[in-house]
Design a protein around this ligand. Sequence first.
Ligand SMILES: [Zn+2]
Length: 436
Amino acid sequence: MASNLYSMTEFLPTKYHLQSLCCGASYPDTNWELQCPQLHQPSLIRAIYDVRQLKVHAGNPGLYKFSDWLPIERVLEGSGAPVTYKSEGLSKLLGLDQLYITFNGYWPERGAFMKSGTFKECEAYSVCARKNSSNGTMVVASAGNTARAFARVCSQNKIPLLLTIPLDNIGALWFDHPLDPCVRIIACESGGDYFDAIYLSNLAVELEGFYPEGGAKNVARRDGMGTTVLSAVTTIGKIPDYYFQAIGSGTGAIAAWEANLRFLEDGRFGSNKMKLMLSQNAPFLPIKEAWDLRSPAMLPIDDGMARKQVTEINAKVLSNRKPPYGLKGGLYDALMDAGGTILAATNQEAGKAAELFLKYEGNDVEPAAAVAVASLIKAVEENLVEKNGVIMLNITGGGLEKFKKENNINYQAPEKIFALDADPLATKREIAGMFR
Ligand SMILES: [Zn+2]
């Protein structure tokens, strides 16, 4: 125990370097790199860790027990970690022998303490602890849950942050504490979606003093999400056969695949790759439509149609129109390498699945996680999984209703709302004006 406590007070920065998937170049993480410094073809970069065999540092707080495989130089206050347990209720219902649930959210009885309720907290606590996080204001675009997670971490640790979010998703911004003034929020008007929020964030980062968080391109974000798999594999003792998750951008699935590759090098947990059993909320299915045709690029999307479909889905966080799909090391590569499929679930199917989860496992799940549960049910019905296989169900958010019931919640309004057809220069001037 003493050595654990010691490691908590004496946290040493993780040893790692970065590597481009386009050309294989290796370099130190000195400049908040989000892409190959040679500016080659669109490609992800990866963190390569000195420690090849993962040790769980139980003395580190929250998420940071997985610091061996996180590109970080410090630990922050207030994080929770994913919790993996063997299902009894749902597994019996579905006739599965080895269903493991990795729960991200709020469930103190199971040791889950993510107070913003979703695995976006894994990203936020990892990104904000990354080496060389620049001086200036970090800009994050979000469909909702990511915004809540980053707002929480940055407020708690006094990290300057500008959030851009669709006004239609503003209900996702609830907190149990008032936000520190270092967190600022702007929105695109009603009718706009995640992509419109990204457009706003792109304008902001053109201003001096702002830098992009980077989304899927940020190694800290992906490896933070990958801790769900680190939790599962270290709990189960082996790499699962199947990985179930609902996807918006698919970044979580890429991260899961990358964590899997690290475990292959680790060597102690098997030599298989998890089949990626991913799901989207019908009728918004752009990634499914591309993958079903095995198209290495996203298909052309009609923006008006996409916005309309997004208004129809309950899982608003699954509404990314420009996912990191076709770039090197992206979702297409992950699916080609690991194998898998993309399923669809309607609002109704997801709603039913959420009821079953509450009844048989004992906690509420948010709409995106409900889509994943629905897709698991469907996969079992359609014999897409072997019933004695090791299945990991990534519950990406849950216990939100429980947390809201047990705590005093305040909603946060945006400081400014921008029209979808606003003049870009005027928009930039207004954003700059907020920080004067
Ligand atoms: Zn390169």
